[in-house]
Design a protein around this ligand. Structure first.
Ligand code: FAD
Length: 409
């Protein structure tokens, strides 16, 4: 194809454009983003940027000159509002500052990501009830940390990262989680328990099994969060971290299969077999019919590599084992593989350095995933062993007298 338009200009889109140029794709590439900002990394928004250790320039995905140097058209502040696919051509309708224009291309990539979920509670439209997805959200949250207690609704990755950062900045913090443990969808019980202990040690109050029913305000001032049991958690700022919903509107306009995300196959092709979708907006259906919606930088970049090969008509490289990281105060969590579907688990704790913990997950005898807390070297060894597909049996890996790295070598 002679021209590609990518809706979105974040981790997935920028990596795709980069790969296309790296494999000498000669056509036009246009990235379109409704954010009025050069493409930036999202992970620091809840970590370094919130601490003031990173700023709008240092989080950029690429220097400003990168795009013209690589003949990548970058349209920021532009929303794609409509798309049609006729006679093999896509026609995009775009709006910037109320001015409408259109763009016609041969190939369309949807890298539309996800939007932060909001709460449907009385008072939840108060301006100090915040989410964290875009750079302006991070600026706003940072400006509120000194204003008083922070209530975080949701004990997932973003909520816990913000809680740890806000504590490090001295704010009183309460995490309100409806489930009976933290990170229930993402990590196993032992890792969740260790992180719960760590957050409490940081001084965060963690309320498990707590359902918020109202954001309490007095005139215009936010006072706190009312729980179902009647208690009120005082707060000057509420951060809602209850997940993100994939942006699928354009896929729906094209009549593509959407089921909790844009459904794609291993080549990132949507149900029409031609439109490509990558990153947080997608649901990947494996050959065995298992559905994955991965929200990670790793997934965005891996799918971008696949999509670039498909667009250029090259052989599609095989994907690495999925991985993810989360920094919560002094706790560094790294996950490789997918938990869920495992049949047994094994916990390895370094007796000399108990902060280092590795939870291993097996499907029958086969290692399928691992969670490493404060053990970056073990994570690297596990990622490479899982990638090679050669891991020792659970019996061998249970031997705590031998370092994991050695067992996996
Ligand atoms: P997004 O980053 O969501 O980008 C999609 C872009 O498309 C957005 O800019 C959106 O505005 C634009 N767009 C959508 N529709 C339109 C339209 N119609 N017209 C124009 N533009 C449009 N991942 C990790 O692996 N590790 C971490 O530690 C980690 N920390 C995170 C911390 C925070 C605070 C957040 C928010 C995310 C974090 N993530 C982390 C997740 C990671 O950032 C996402 O997986 C990644 O950003 C997905 O990239 P994407 O390109 O698919 O989508």
């Amino acid at each position: 194809p002679r021209s590609v338009a990518v809706v979105g200009a974040s981790h997935a889109a920028v990596h795709l454009a980069d790969r296309l140029r790296a494999i000498r794709y000669p056509g036009e590439i246009t990235l379109i983003s409704h954010e009025d900002h050069l493409p930036y990394q999202r992970p620091p928004l809840s970590k370094a940027m919130l601490k003031g250790e990173a700023n709008a320039d240092s989080v950029l995905l690429r220097d400003p000159g990168y795009y013209p140097d690589h003949r990548i058209g970058l349209r920021t502040g532009v929303r794609v509002t409509g798309v049609t696919h006729v006679d093999g051509r896509y026609i995009l309708e775009m709006v910037r500052d109320d001015v409408t224009e259109s763009l016609e291309v041969d190939r369309l990539v949807l890298a539309t990501g996800a939007r932060a979920r909001v709460l449907d509670l009385p008072g939840a439209d108060h301006p100090d009830v915040l989410v964290l997805r875009e750079i302006h959200d991070a600026h706003r949250l940072l400006s509120r940390i000194a204003a008083g207690p922070v209530a975080v609704i949701g004990g997932g990755f973003i909520g816990l990262e913000v809680a740890a950062t806000a504590r490090a900045l001295g704010a009183p913090v309460t995490v309100i989680e409806a489930g009976d443990r933290l990170l229930a969808r993402a990590v196993g019980p032992s890792t969740a328990e260790t992180l719960l202990t760590a957050h409490r040690a940081m001084g965060t109050v963690v309320e498990l099994g707590a359902t918020p029913v109202e954001i309490v305000t007095d005139d215009d001032r936010l006072l706190g969060v009312r729980l179902a049991d009647g208690r009120m958690i005082p707060a000057a700022t509420v951060l809602v971290g209850v997940g993100a919903s994939p942006r699928t509107e354009l896929a729906e306009q094209l009549g593509l299969d959407v089921d909790g995300g844009i459904v794609v196959d291993g080549n990132c092709l949507a149900s029409d077999g031609h439109t490509i979708a990558i990153g947080d907006c997608t649901v990947h259906v494996s050959e065995t019919g298992r559905r994955f919606r991965l929200e990670s930088v790793d997934n965005a970049t891996e799918q971008a590599v696949v999509a670039a090969s498909v667009i250029a008509g090259l052989e599609v490289p095989s994907r690495g084992t999925p991985w993810f990281w989360s920094d919560q105060g002094d706790q560094k969590l790294q996950i490789v593989g997918l938990i869920g579907g495992h049949t047994s688990a094994l916990l390895r704790v370094d007796p000399d350095r108990p902060r280092r913990r590795v939870a291993l997950y097996f499907a029958d005898e086969e290692l399928v995933a691992a969670e490493c807390l404060n053990s970056p070297a073990d994570f690297v060894a596990l990622r490479s062993a899982l990638g090679r597909g050669s891991c020792p049996s659970p019996d061998v890996l249970a031997d705590l007298s031998v370092p994991l790295k050695k067992l996996l070598a």
